[in-house]
Design a protein around this ligand. Structure first.
Ligand code: KIV
Ligand code: ZN
Length: 514
C-alpha cells in the first residue's frame, strides 16, 4: 500500500475524552494513558488544552517531554494567548502539533462568536500564521463544520492552507451528520479547494446519533486520511468515534476500505481497560471489540459453528485485540526486577518511591491471590498512585458486619490530618454503611454521582476495582480503589475521591469555549 493509503490515528481521549462530565484525570493518570497510546502506536496524541488551566498546561508539557514515538498535540482557540501557551507546553516535544480552531457554522458565528464570516476567515488565517511561526506542524479545525455552508468551508480552508495549516479537520461537533452526506462534504472539499493536495483532511465525529464511527469511515472512503477518535468512544455528551472500532473496521475490511493504520491492535484491550479504570466509565458488555461479550458465543448453534471452524461466526480474532493475552505474569516469588520490567512492558514506568510502594503492594497481593495478571498490575498501580494524592483523610481500619435480617454496620478508623477518628454507622447495605461511617467523620457535603465496582480478572479471588464519583459545587472527581476485599476497595475509593476534592478545590477554574 502507498503512503496515501495510510490513515493517521489522532487520539483525543485526553482532551475531548476528558470533556465527558466526570471523566477528569490527574496529570499522572494522563501520562499513563499517553504511554499506553504510544504503545498502541497512535500517530497523534491530543494531550489537552494547554491554556485551560495550569493543570492542563502541566499535563501537556509532561506528556510532550515523555512521549517520543507519537506526535503530541495541544488544542488552542484561534487566539494569540492560547497559541503561545500551547507552543510553550509543547516546546520540548520530539514532535509537537498545535491544533487551532474556530467555529464556521452560521449558528455558531452569529450566536457564539458574534462575528461576521469575513472576520472569522481573518482570525483563522492570523491564528494559523501565528501557530506556524511557533510550530512546524499546525492543524486547523472548522468547529461545527457538520452544519457549516460548503462554500464558506471551501473559502476558509483554502485560506488556512495558504497560511500554513497542513492538517484540516472537519468536525461534526454536534453529531448531526449522516454517513453518505458527510462523505459527500469531504469529497466536495477535496475536489473544490484548489490547494487541498497540500493538507491531510481529517474527521472528528461526535456520536449524538450513534453514527460517529460510520461517519468517520464514510469520510475515509471519500478521501479523509486522519481520523480523530477516543478509547472506548469517551467524549463530550454521547462521545467521539471509538478508536478500537475505527481501527478494527479498517483492519477487518481492508478488502473494501483499502487503507491501513499503524496501530498495534493487540494492545487495544489493555488501553481500553486502563481508560475505563482511571475514568470510572465502565465498558458495556456488548460494546464492540472491547466489551466482555464481544467474542463470547451463547447460542449452541454459534458455539458449535465456532468450534468446528472459527470463521463461521467470528470476523476477527480475539487475540488480535488483546483478549486471552492476560498471562499469569508473576507470583509471590517474583522479584523486583521482573515486576518492574513487566510494568514497563505494560507502558508503566515507575521509579524510586513509587516503584517501592507498588512492589510492596504486589507482595501483599501475591500473598492473597495466587495468580497475578496484567489487569491486577494495572489496578495495583492505579491504587498505589491514588494514594499519592495529598492525603488529608486516610483509612486506618475497617470492620463491617453483615447478617441476614440485621442492618449492616461499619466501624472504621480514619486519620484526618494525622489525627485518629473513629466512627460507626448502619446502612441499607455494607457499602452504604461504610460510606455513611466515613461521612459521619468528614461531613463533606458532596453528592455521590456514581459507585461502580468491577472484577478485574476472572474468579472469586479477583480484586474489585471501585470508582466513586463525587460532586460538590459543580466540581466532579473520580476516586479509585482496588482490593480483593470490595468493601476495603470501596472505602479507599471514597476516601480517594474526598482527597481529590480537596486538591481540585485549589486548582484554577476551566476556560470556557470548547
Ligand atoms: O467537536 C469539535 O468540534 C472539537 C473541536 C475543538 C475539534 O472537539
Ligand atoms: Zn469534539
Amino acid at each position: 500500500m502507498s503512503s496515501n493509503d495510510r490513515v493517521i490515528i489522532f487520539d483525543t481521549t485526553l482532551r475531548d475524552g476528558e470533556q465527558s462530565p466526570g471523566a477528569s484525570m490527574t496529570g499522572e493518570e494522563k501520562l499513563r494513558i499517553a504511554k499506553a497510546l504510544e504503545r498502541l502506536k497512535v500517530d497523534v496524541i491530543e494531550a489537552g488544552f494547554a491554556i485551560a488551566s495550569p493543570g492542563d498546561f502541566e499535563a501537556v508539557k509532561t506528556i510532550a517531554e515523555n512521549i517520543k514515538d507519537s506526535t503530541v498535540c495541544s488544542l488552542s482557540r484561534a487566539l494569540d494567548a492560547d497559541i503561545e501557551r500551547a507552543a510553550e507546553a509543547l516546546k520540548n516535544a520530539n514532535s509537537g502539533r498545535i491544533h487551532t480552531f474556530i467555529a464556521t457554522s452560521p449558528i455558531h458565528m452569529q450566536h457564539k462568536l458574534r462575528m461576521q464570516p469575513d472576520q472569522v476567515v481573518e482570525q483563522a488565517v492570523r491564528a494559523v500564521k501565528k501557530a506556524r511561526s511557533l510550530c512546524g506542524d499546525v492543524e486547523f479545525s472548522c468547529e461545527d463544520a457538520g452544519r457549516s455552508e460548503i462554500d464558506f468551508l471551501c473559502r476558509i480552508i483554502e485560506a488556512a492552507i495558504d497560511a500554513g495549516a497542513r492538517t484540516i479537520n472537519i468536525p461534526d461537533t454536534v453529531g448531526y451528520a449522516i454517513p453518505h452526506q458527510y462523505a459527500d462534504t469531504i469529497r466536495q472539499l477535496l475536489e473544490r479547494i484548489p490547494n487541498a493536495d497540500k493538507a491531510v483532511f481529517s474527521v472528528h465525529c461526535h456520536n449524538d446519533l450513534g453514527l460517529a464511527v460510520a461517519n468517520s469511515l464514510a469520510a475515509v472512503v471519500a478521501g479523509a486520511r486522519q481520523v480523530e477518535c477516543t478509547i472506548n468512544g469517551l467524549g463530550e455528551r454521547a462521545g467521539n468515534a471509538a478508536l478500537e472500532e475505527i481501527v478494527m473496521a479498517i483492519k477487518t475490511r481492508q478488502d473494501l476500505l483499502k487503507v491501513h493504520t499503524r496501530i498495534e491492535t493487540e494492545h487495544i484491550l489493555a488501553a481500553s481497560r486502563l481508560v475505563s479504570g482511571i475514568t470510572g466509565f465502565p465498558v458495556q458488555p456488548n460494546k464492540a471489540i472491547v466489551g466482555a461479550n464481544a467474542f463470547a458465543h451463547e447460542s449452541g448453534i454459534h458455539q458449535d459453528g465456532v468450534l468446528k471452524h472459527r470463521e463461521t461466526y467470528e470476523i476477527m480474532r480475539a487475540q488480535d485485540v488483546g483478549w486471552n493475552a492476560n498471562k499469569m505474569v508473576m507470583g509471590k516469588h517474583s522479584g523486583r526486577a521482573a515486576f518492574r520490567s513487566r510494568l514497563e512492558e505494560l507502558g508503566i514506568a515507575l521509579e524510586g518511591d513509587e516503584l517501592n510502594a507498588a512492589f510492596a503492594r504486589f507482595k501483599v497481593l501475591a500473598d492473597k491471590k495466587h495468580e497475578i495478571f496484567d489487569e491486577d498490575l494495572q489496578a495495583l498501580v492505579t491504587d498505589t498512585l491514588a494514594e499519592e494524592t495529598p492525603e488529608h483523610f486516610k483509612l486506618a481500619a475497617l470492620e463491617v458486619t453483615s447478617r441476614t435480617g440485621v442492618a449492616p454496620e461499619a466501624k472504621l478508623s480514619l486519620s484526618v490530618d494525622g489525627q485518629p477518628q473513629q466512627a460507626t454507622a448502619q446502612g441499607s447495605g455494607p457499602v452504604d454503611a461504610t460510606f455513611k461511617a466515613i461521612e459521619s467523620v468528614v461531613d463533606s457535603g458532596a453528592t455521590l454521582l456514581l459507585y461502580s465496582v468491577n472484577a478485574i480478572t476472572e474468579g472469586t479471588d479477583s480484586q474489585g476495582e471501585v470508582t466513586v464519583r463525587l460532586e460538590k459545587g459543580g466540581r466532579i472527581v473520580n476516586g479509585n480503589g482496588a482490593d480483593t476485599d470490595i468493601l476495603v476497595a470501596s472505602a479507599k475509593a471514597y476516601i480517594n475521591a474526598l482527597n481529590l476534592m480537596q486538591v481540585s478545590a485549589k486548582a484554577n477554574p476551566q476556560v470556557d469555549g470548547v
